[in-house]
Design a protein around this ligand. Structure first.
Ligand code: B12
Ligand code: SF4
Ligand code: SF4
Length: 282
């Protein structure tokens, strides 16, 4: 196969990937803390970003575990295509690194910059796929802190590849996809991790991973309410069995910000009327 951008994109789309973008590995928009592609591969030339739509039915399913299944399968598809393409590019002589669509991630108890204990353990991906997608012109980061694409809004899973192959990159462009005056994602967040256009990762992490509405207390006065919450959870939940299920199927407790968002033109005609965006249009 001839290795150029359009041949690579065609090969990826033929595998069932819906959106593909290519960014220059040396000109990536970086997140904070920064994780440049060239730190993972100093000779990297291109970052290929892929997106697969979730089933909208799974996004709106009343039991989030049904979405988790969809998340696992979309991640699997992305990871498989990344692996296959990596092998193909390496056969052509280009060192290539597939990036996981899911875990594992870096886990930090201490701030890597200062060595000081962080108030809450923080996780970070080896490469920020959202920022890579923005660099490749695929969309923007919305008020929800999720990548919005014009096609699927936030309802997609991302995967990526870092490679030495010198592919022509797509042009970064400014999008304006967030609806004017909309704050549905913020209103939907059960723990106010999204508010006033900001994202607070710590309450999101505790709610997403364990369903806990309160964070581990930083002050003595917060302990009674925290213990009350734990008592309430442990009374109705079988933590042992749940933990087993989390390990086996990577269950999530929250996608409310994703669910609430009405952006994504490919969903026109499928999106249930009560979730349509007509009333938010300027
Ligand atoms: C780690 C991670 C999480 C963590 C931490 C989130 C975070 N923002 O860092 C948790 C578990 C909380 C999380 C939650 C969610 N995630 Co997540 N997550 C990732 C992952 C693996 C890496 C994200 C990352 O590192 N981004 C780069 C950082 C640097 O960017 P950032 O968001 O701007 O910055 C945060 C961190 O830097 C952190 N932080 C702040 N200070 C410090 C200090 C230190 C020392 C460290 C280490 C970190 C840190 O907080 C910042 C936000 O304030 C990506 C996959 C990937 N490899 O990209 C998926 C990903 C971003 N997640 C995704 C999703 C869908 C979710 C959830 C809806 C949960 C779910 N059920 O799946 C929520 C959404 C929360 C939200 N509104 O943003 C999708 C997003 C798809 C899209 N359309 O955008 C991704 C891309 C997975 C995928 N393959 O598609 N996620
Ligand atoms: S995943 Fe849930 S807790 Fe986290 S920001 Fe989205 S709505 Fe809030
Ligand atoms: S729910 Fe509204 S404010 Fe939030 S990301 Fe979607 S369009 Fe933007």
């Amino acid at each position: 196969m001839e290795i150029n951008s359009s041949a690579v994109k065609d090969a990826i789309r033929a595998e069932g990937i819906e959106l593909v973008g290519i960014a220059d590995a040396n000109a990536l928009i970086l997140a904070s803390p920064p994780r440049p592609a060239t730190e993972l591969m100093p000779t990297a030339r291109s970052v290929i970003v892929m997106a697969v739509a979730h089933s909208l039915g799974a996004v709106y399913a009343p039991d989030i575990r049904m979405w988790t299944r969809n998340k696992m399968q979309t991640s699997r598809l992305l990871d498989q295509v990344c692996e296959r393409l990596s092998r193909l590019l390496e056969k052509e002589g280009y060192l290539t690194l597939p990036v996981s669509a899911d875990k594992p991630v870096e886990i930090h108890k201490l701030d890597p910059a200062t060595g000081r204990k962080l108030p809450h353990t923080r996780t970070v991906g080896h490469l920020s796929l959202k920022h890579a997608a923005v660099s490749a012109g695929m969309g923007q980061i919305g008020r929800s802190n999720l990548l919005l694409t014009p096609e699927f809004g936030p309802h997609q899973r991302l995967g990526g590849i870092i490679t030495e192959a010198p592919l022509e990159s797509d042009i970064h462009r400014e999008w304006d996809l967030c609806l004017k005056g909309c704050s549905r994602c913020e209103d939907a967040c059960p723990v106010r991790a999204l508010s006033d256009g900001r994202y607070d990762v710590d309450p999101c992490f505790d709610y997403w991973s364990m369903g806990f509405e309160r964070m581990r207390p930083r002050h003595l006065s917060d302990w009674p309410a925290f213990l009350g919450m734990l008592y309430h959870h442990f009374k109705r939940r079988d933590v042992l069995i749940e933990t087993g299920q989390i390990y086996i199927t990577d269950v999530d407790f929250c996608i409310e910000c994703m669910k609430a968002c009405p952006v994504g033109e490919r969903w026109k005609g499928i999106r249930p009327a009560e979730r349509d965006n007509a009333k938010d249009r300027p």
